[in-house]
Design a protein around this ligand. Structure first.
Ligand code: ZN
Length: 319
């Protein structure tokens, strides 16, 4: 089953899914310091999703973690209003985004694992584990996030990985990462494997920010999923980089490890807020350039069967 904020669904029900998006991000250090990160409107999220839905989008993995203004109830409302399946995340973002005395640095791996498991099995905290009170919702997390820093794990991240490994062992939940600028892929995979998470349960996020087909081929060869989440953000790289990367990965035999998303975590990226490229871009602009070519079925596979396979875990339970 795949765990969405409105309940568990069968993998066949997922449909076309983006592997890394943000729909609500209402607080936390980046939002306070950079107002462009503030995505705080359910109405605007619904509006932003509509053209993407019209182009075929049926599901998103919403990667806003604890302490970042995640809103479990808000995501439920967006899902109810649009019919888009939303897989939400527990876990944390990059350690540099949190206070020096954050519980990550004070709690044991065992304690943190317990908090993660509760968010996966019981429901996410509407207060984002910012404490001291927990407002448990009935929206359960379907992935757990772990984020590393540029070329290094960051303080207490090894402990977090240990906790994530424990949570995976107890639930089977897939792990979705933030690999800063595409770095630390092999190293993070090593840490996760040592913590008991098989490569085939790992989605490496932002890994295409280092669009090196050799490195990405090695990571896919180990069995990890590669979330290519940069198409449309031309300020970082042209879409032709993604096309070339797709060609190279297919040639290396890794079509079954590719996922796609657009990670539009800024107001200025949303068309509903007057920006661009917009959440529909991947389906309305990027996909058509592959139409009729060898990569068309690869894109389809990435957006459907691959993402459904990695999100599928455990046995469904009534929510
Ligand atoms: Zn993101």
């Amino acid at each position: 089953m795949i765990r969405t904020v409105l309940g568990d669904i069968a993998p066949e029900e997922l449909g076309v899914a983006f592997a890394h998006e943000h729909l609500l991000m209402t607080g936390g250090w980046p939002v306070m310091n950079e107002p462009d990160y503030r995505l705080d409107s359910v109405d605007k999220a619904v509006e932003e999703l509509q053209p993407a839905q019209a182009a075929g989008l049926a599901a998103v993995v919403e990667m806003t973690p604890n302490g970042f203004g995640r809103s479990a109830r808000g995501l439920q409302e967006i899902s109810r209003r649009t019919g888009v399946h939303i897989v939400a995340t527990t876990g944390l973002h990059k350690v540099g985004y949190y206070a020096d005395n954050h519980w990550l640095h004070r709690y044991s791996a065992e304690q943190i694992a317990g908090m993660l498991v509760d968010e996966i099995e019981l429901g996410m905290d509407e207060h984002n584990l910012e404490g001291p009170l927990v407002a448990r919702t009935d929206a359960r997390a379907g992935v757990v996030k772990v984020a590393t820093s540029y070329h290094r794990p960051g303080r207490s991240v090894e402990k977090l990985v240990e906790a994530v490994g424990e949570a995976h062992g107890r639930t089977g939940v897939p792990v979705a990462t933030h690999n800063d600028k595409g770095t630390f892929g092999h190293e993070l995979l090593d840490l996760l494997v040592a913590a008991g998470v098989p490569e085939s349960s790992v989605i490496l996020g932002h890994i295409d920010h280092n669009p090196d087909p050799v490195v990405l081929g090695e990571l896919a060869g180990r069995g990890a999923y590669l979330a290519l989440d940069r198409p449309g953000r031309i300020k970082y790289a042209p879409d032709s980089d993604t096309v070339e990367l797709l060609c190279a990965l297919v040639e290396l035999g890794h079509a079954d490890r590719i996922l796609l998303g657009s990670d539009l975590a800024r107001r200025s990226y949303w068309r509903s807020l007057g920006g661009g490229p917009g959440l529909d871009y991947l389906l309305t602009t990027f996909a058509p350039r592959l139409a009729g070519g060898d990569l068309e079925p690869v894109l389809r596979q990435a957006l459907t069967t691959n993402i459904a396979r990695v999100l599928d875990f455990g046995k469904p339970t009534s929510s």
